[in-house]
Design a protein around this ligand. Structure first.
Ligand code: HEM
Length: 465
């Protein structure tokens, strides 16, 4: 049995609720339609469905999802969000909600663990994502961004999402996995591209293992085997290098932590964490960046302000630009926790087994949280008016996205390279809207933009870090 077979055999496809149906009378109000219909609305039309439920039922509402008509209670006010984020991690489990990704990410994945196991893994991963580590990654990210934007053609409209996906993939391979060998990069790219395509049809194959003998599901399992083989080879080779301490990539940092800590990460754990970082960090960051370019392209005044900031090396403003794009266009719609014991949130007593979470979509669109909420105005993040627990694209508490700083660093580096070279605009008809793809909400038309080299291009702008 290979390591992949072993993992697949041990992973339960659905780790979801073990509870029988929870009666609606104990829960906040919500639609009475069949769970299948509500699930489909959540999957396909969440940007209309969730705000409509908020409007109809108020600040706290329950939707029912398949399987088993499981209740999902969504909260929208910052005081409730705060209670969820700071809830006892032994009661507010996050790993359960992500169990569906288990067969791909693996049982050791940070996203899937809870309690003591989660604390241990998080502690081992953290040093690779702290401020000092991020500064070490920055020059490679900038170089990759520079290479990418150098390929863009003057005046030809293109889907920025596609280019940002290509770029963030390269960032993961080089900066997270630390692969520099060209042959191995060429081997990894298609395997990784196929791995991140976790669409509902593919997920079905994990739910019903007999499917894995056929068509797309067989190809997925074969792809996983091939990816695992390359990853284990890379891990084994990296364990042997003599200059681990000098290497500035996430895998090397994780190995370096392990070498000073007898409780370091095993090969299987490293594999699972790397695939997790890939799945959690690639499309999400690309999507946030493409919305950012789209919003700048849409508004020449904002474009000017961002360019001026880039010229002045104003890191904070560029970060505010990305934050504001992530506010207006949440990449992930909600954060979820499953209650392992009865809990009170606000004045609501909720039974064990319920899944609860703040709605990112509603929280970011409330005018109490963000005056004039539909307007793209990055400066709001520099005015000290954004209250805690209102801007929550990365979740919060002990489960807050471990890559939040990484993706903002990446975003600022990319913006600096783009704005140092080009003016960004939208092609005439390019208004875009969100569409659900895999787990994220992406711009339906790929956030098409058009770039023109700047007449006064000063070339590459100085790095502020
Ligand atoms: C714009 C980009 C990103 C967005 C919007 C995003 C969003 C999120 C959200 C909403 C969560 C769940 C938080 C919670 O439950 O409270 C999360 C968790 C996570 N993210 Fe990100 N993420 C992004 C980029 C990244 C990157 C670049 C990486 C790694 C390189 C990453 C790795 C992770 C991991 C490992 C977790 C699980 C943390 C845990 O359970 O302890 N993410 N992310």
């Amino acid at each position: 049995m290979t390591a992949t077979d072993d993992r697949l055999a041990r992973m339960k496809p659905h780790g979801s609720t073990h509870h029988s149906r929870i009666p609606s009378r104990n829960l906040p109000p919500g639609p009475r339609w069949p769970a299948l219909l509500q699930s489909m609305a959540l999957m396909r039309f969440r940007h209309q469905f969730i705000p409509a439920m908020h409007k109809r039922y108020g600040d706290v509402f329950t939707i029912r999802i398949v399987p088993k008509s499981a209740p999902l209670v969504l909260f929208t006010r910052p005081e409730d969000t705060k209670e969820i984020f700071s809830g006892d991690p032994e009661v507010f489990h996050a790993g359960k909600g992500n169990a569906i990704l288990g067969p791909v990410m693996g049982e050791h994945s940070l996203l899937l663990l809870d309690s003591t196991e989660h604390r241990r893994a998080r502690k081992l991963l953290m040093p690779a994502f702290n401020g000092a580590a991020l500064r070490r990654y920055e020059s490679v990210v900038s170089q990759l961004a520079r290479d990418e934007v150098a390929t863009w053609t003057d005046g030809v409209a293109f889907r920025s999402l596609e280019r940002m996906n290509a770029l963030t993939l390269e960032v993961i391979l080089r900066v997270v996995f630390g692969v520099t060998d060209q042959a191995r990069l060429a081997e990894l790219r298609p395997l990784v591209n196929k791995t991140v395509d976790v669409n509902p049809v593919i997920l079905l194959g994990w739910g019903y293992p007999f499917l894995q003998r056929f068509g797309p599901w067989k190809r997925t399992v074969d792809n996983q085997r091939a990816l695992d083989k390359v990853m284990y080879a890379e891990i084994a080779e990296r364990r042997q290098v003599s200059d681990l301490d000098e290497r500035t990539d996430v895998l090397s940092q994780l190995l370096a932590v392990g070498s000073t800590d007898e409780d370091g990460l095993s090969d299987a754990e490293l594999r699972d964490q790397l695939v997790t970082l890939l799945l959690a960090g690639h499309e999400t960051t690309a999507t946030a960046l493409s919305w950012t370019l789209y919003e700048l392209g849409r508004d020449p005044a904002q474009m000017d302000a961002a360019r001026t900031a880039a010229e002045a090396g104003d890191h904070d403003y560029l970060e505010a630009v990305m934050k504001e794009a992530m506010r207006l266009h949440p990449v992930i719609p909600m954060v979820v926790r499953q209650l392992m014991a009865p809990a009170t949130i606000g004045d609501r007593e909720l039974p064990e087994g319920v899944t609860v979470g703040p709605s990112i979509i509603v929280s970011h669109a409330r005018s109490e949280n963000f005056p004039d909420p539909t307007r793209f105005r990055p400066a709001r993040f520099l005015e000290g008016t954004v209250a805690a627990n209102t801007w929550i694209p990365f979740g919060g508490g002990v489960r807050r996205c471990i890559g939040a700083g990484f993706s903002l660093m990446e975003g600022v580096a990319v913006l600096r390279e783009v704005l140092g070279r080009y003016d960004v605009a939208l092609p005439g008809d390019a208004l875009d809207v969100p569409m659900v793809r895999n787990i994220t909400s992406v711009p339906r038309h790929g956030a098409r933009i058009v770039v023109h080299p700047r007449a006064d291009s000063p070339g590459l702008l100085p790095s502020p870090m």
